[in-house]
Write a protein that binds this ligand. Structure first.
Ligand code: 5GP
Length: 241
């Protein structure tokens, strides 16, 4: 049995602990929610359990599609065992429809469909509010090599294909999402989590926002939206078994 050990990192929504295996970490999902780089803080009741369960289900879906991930097993309602990665300090964002910062930055109406998925990179820095960066910056400043950046982009686009099709069949439109990757003994694996905290999902019929935008924008019904997404993810996963 892998034991929880020392706290290694306390993030906005998760705490990471070492275990007795140096290659394995325990990720604990919290109910805490933050937005706009911690300028808005709050709690989403039962989010830890919902995101942990959703993330485990979607990481299994990735495994099934041949996408390498850090996921090992769900170790409890709010805990997950994962491989210990050396994280790249970049976030990869894939967009299928214009929303959020892209809509604001370029004044393009939210909801505008994109002819093909866009792939963007952001530098992970709380002090700088995670700025948008170019591949040339990533390579120049040594955050990842050109080859690693290419591979992250290819994996992210593949993940988009799998996730988009999965959500489509449970009546959700995958608008955009953020991924984080890391190195595990030289191999690039998908890390972090897959949940409505880091992706925009709109109900296919009504267009209703079913993700953290409900918290960010004070739309109400946050817990209900997360519960509904979890229910649909579980239904979708049953169809995949
Ligand atoms: P935007 O750039 O429009 O704010 O975000 C694009 C997508 O990436 C959204 O689905 C958003 O939830 C996700 N995203 C971007 N940055 C972060 C972040 O720092 N944390 C989380 N959890 N998600 C993020």
């Amino acid at each position: 049995m892998t034991q929880q050990n020392k706290e290694l990192y306390q993030g906005k929504a998760k705490v990471v602990y070492s275990t007795d295996d140096p290659d394995v970490l325990l990720m604990h999902f919290k109910d805490d929610a933050s937005a706009f780089n911690r300028k808005k803080l709050g709690t989403i009741v039962d989010k830890g359990r919902m995101n942990c369960t959703m993330s485990a289900t979607l990481m299994r879906l990735m495994d099934g599609a041949g996408i390498p991930t850090h996921f090992i097993d769900q170790a409890g309602p709010t805990d997950m065992l994962v491989r210990r990665l050396e994280m790249f300090p970049v976030e990869v964002v894939i967009r299928n429809i214009v929303a959020g910062s892209l809509a604001r930055r370029l004044a393009i109406p939210e909801g505008t469909p994109l002819s093909k998925p866009l792939c963007e990179f952001y530098y992970k820095s709380d002090e700088l509010d995670d700025p948008l960066v170019l591949v040339d910056h990533i390579v120049e400043f040594g955050w990842a090599t050109a080859e690693q950046t290419r591979e992250m982009r290819m994996l992210a686009l593949h993940i988009n294909d799998v996730l988009k099709a999965f959500f489509e069949q449970v009546g959700l439109t995958l608008v955009d999402f953020k991924l984080e990757f890391g190195l595990y003994h030289g191999r690039i694996l998908l890390g972090d989590e897959l949940s409505p905290d880091g992706m925009r999902l709109w109900d296919k019929e009504t267009g209703k926002k079913m993700d953290k935008d409900r918290f960010r924008l004070d739309l109400g019904g946050v817990e209900e939206a997360y519960q509904e997404v979890l229910k649909r993810v579980q239904t979708g996963a049953e169809g995949h078994e």
